[in-house]
Each structure stands twice: as C-alpha cells, then as structure tokens.
Design a protein around this ligand. Structure first.
Ligand code: GLA
Length: 382
C-alpha cells in the first residue's frame, strides 16, 4: 500500500491519524553465514519493504493489525510474551527489547503492511522488526541509534522468534543506500558503501517457493558447529576469536582429525570470507565476471560443505550455470528454500524466466516466482 492508502487503512481500523515507517528487505551479493562468525557481508536494501503505521492510544495496551492476514492482536504492555499466533512475535520481541533497555512506553496501535514475500529469504522478519523499532522510536522521541536498533532487532529475533541470527539483515534494512551495497565488517561494525555498478545487468531473484521447516533449527545448529570448531582451534591458537581469524591450515591441523562435518562447516566459512573480500575488489574494479564466478563458488560451498541448500535451489542454480547472460547465481540467505540471487543481463531476463518456469514447475511441482530487485534506501519515515 502507498502512504495515502496506509493512512486510510489505519484511520479505518483505529480511527486516528498515524506515523508511517518503511523498512526494506535485503539481498546479499556474497558472504553467506559469515555474519555470526564475525566476518564480512555484502548486503543491500531492496525495493520491497515492511510498513508500520503507528499512533499512541490512551491506555496501556498495544493493538496490532496485520493486513496480510486480516488478523488483530492485542495485549498489555505489562504482559509482553510470545504468542502462538506467529507474526505478532516480531513486534512483541521489539517491545520487549525497548522495555528491557529501561524505557517506559505507553499504549499504541500499530498496523503492519508490506510487500516482501514471506519465507523467501529476503528478511521480511528483520524488516518488520526494524520498522517497528524505528516507528516506536519516532513516536516516543526515543534516542536509539541505528546501531542500537540493529542489535535490539537481532535480540528480538533471538528471543521471540527463536532464530539465533547474525546482524546482517537488520543492518542492511536500517543502513541501506540507494544503488549501493554495504560492505560490513560484522566484528567492528565498520562499513563502507560500494556502488553496485553492474552495467546492463540486473539482480534477478528466483523464488523456489520452498519454505523448509528445518531452517531455524538447522540454522542454530550451524552456529553451534562453528562455535565447536573455534573452541578446538582456540585450544592451540588463543588469539583466534572467531572463524574470521582462522586459516584453512588451522582447520586441517586442529579440526580435520577430530570431525569431518565440523571441518566442512568451518572450511566453508573461512573460504567464504576470503571469497567475499576478493569479490568486493572485483566489484570495485568493475570485473563483474569474476564476481559472478565467485557467486557460483559460494553456492557450491553452501551446498556441499555447509549443507544449507535444497534440491530446488540447486536445480535453479544448475539451470542458469553456463548461460551466456548469467554472470553468477547462488542460493541466498539462511537456506533450505527461499530465493536464488542471479546477476543477469537485463534484456535476457524475460526469456530466461519464461524458459525456466515450465522446467522448474515440472521438476519441483511448485510455481517459480521472480523479482527484479532494485537497491534502495534503508529505514525511514514516509
Ligand atoms: C539469515 C540470518 C542472517 C545470516 C543469513 C546467512 O538471513 O538472519 O543473519 O546469517 O541467514 O548469511
């Protein structure tokens, strides 16, 4: 919905005027599962977003309405806890964080809308958390910085959605800049905007429409496996604080003799970090061919070593590999479903999608959706 339609919907539902915040979803060019290993990521905010319309109310309650589900939820500010309903948890988690920071809120109503496909790996949840946090911050004149907001949204996801995610999604949503990717150092939080200059190519997202139930439990397991690897390395190399500091030689020496599975997980992360730094240089040097090749390598690592892909994602990547108009492709985000990100020559997109659709539908027994993502600004008041 646009601003006028959102204002009208809010007035219709709650009877008052409102403030509206937009917070976008994200893509990630390269650097997957590196954020929680204190490594680098290369995300960007996109033209699909979550919208939160908000206004104060006179009591101590929070009213919520999600346009996507036509569902209401109401609770008291004294009783913020998870609900089986699902979507309110992203909002409740954020309120919980604000209250834990020592801020005393009074009641408000909130209407949630958006056009980020849910479960597509485009971070609809982080976008909703960031939109909510930004909206409450604005409404009550709070003093949170964007970095604080990113951490609070991340903690909300950990505590109320049960996913021990890294900081990438929230950071990208809050800090996005039109036409730029963000090279983020997830340890120091230093970041650099790099122009996404891909000359005649576009970012094409192909959605498998697969939403694996496994994703959060397997995600949390990957984190634990990486931490196990670090513990084994640290026994010999106390200066290694995370996989960011590790080398493949260390993995060969300290992890391989103990456990091949943990070794594979760690090897992927160590290689991916190096790959990202090189890919970033490719982008700066205008060598998008080389960048694209690295995306294929990332997919291979995520599939074979990190094992977070799924047959539908692999099928889509295999289909475009070697296609003259496709520079790179890989699964994107946490894995087990969602989208592949593809760098495709603009004029070839339509034909490529038209060819892929029947093939995918036959193979996966599911429809293939696609989006051309443009890179937009991060969170803001509308
Ligand atoms: C999800 C998480 C992120 C990140 C990616 C994988 O999107 O929310 O923090 O770990 O998976 O790169």
């Amino acid at each position: 919905m646009n601003k006028t339609a959102l204002e009208a919907a809010f007035k219709n539902h709650y009877g008052t005027s409102c403030l509206i915040v937009r917070s976008p979803g994200r893509v990630n060019i390269i650097g997957e599962h590196t954020d929680y290993n204190a490594g680098f990521v290369l995300p960007a905010a996109i033209d699909k977003a979550a919208y939160v319309a908000i206004a104060k109310r006179a009591d101590n309650k929070v009213g919520m309405y999600a346009t996507a589900f036509h569902e209401d939820f109401e609770t008291s500010l004294q009783d913020i806890k998870t609900t089986p309903l699902g979507w309110p948890n992203y909002i409740l988690g954020v309120i919980d964080q604000i209250q834990k920071s020592g801020v005393e809120l009074s009641g408000f109503n909130l209407l949630v809308d958006g056009d980020i496909p849910i479960g597509a790996g485009l971070s609809s949840s982080a976008a909703l958390e960031c939109a909510t946090l930004f909206a409450i911050t604005e409404l009550f004149g709070l003093q949170f910085t964007k970095i604080q907001m990113a951490y609070m949204a991340q903690k909300a996801e950990h505590d109320f959605a049960g996913v021990n995610c890294g900081l990438m999604d929230m950071f990208a949503s809050l800090f996005g800049k039109e036409g730029h990717v963000i090279k983020l150092d997830c340890r120091s939080l230093e970041y650099e905007y790099v122009p996404l200059d891909i000359k005649g190519y576009k970012i094409l997202l192909l959605n498998t429409n697969v939403k694996h139930q496994l994703s959060s439990s397997e995600y949390n397991t990957r984190r634990i496996q990486c931490e196990q690897g670090i513990t084994w390395i640290q026994a010999h190399e106390p200066l290694v604080l995370s996989l960011r500091d590790a080398t493949v030689a260390m993995l060969d020496e300290y992890i391989l003799p103990k456990d091949v599975l943990i070794y594979n997980r760690c090897k992927y992360v160590v290689e991916e970090n190096a790959r990202l730094l090189n890919a970033c240089n490719d982008l700066k040097n205008g060598n998008i061919q080389a960048l694209g090749e690295k995306m294929f390598e990332t997919h291979e690592g995520l599939k074979s070593l990190y094992e977070v892909s799924c047959p539908e994602l692999d099928f889509l990547v295999d289909q475009v590999k070697g296609h003259p108009a496709v520079l790179g492709a890989r699964m994107m985000g946490g894995g087990f479903g969602g989208c592949t990100i593809n760098i495709v020559k603009e004029e070839a997109i339509e034909g490529l999608v038209a060819n892929l659709q029947p093939l995918y539908e036959k193979h996966a027994q599911k429809p293939l959706s696609h989006y051309i993502a443009s890179i937009e600004q991060g969170t803001s008041v509308l």
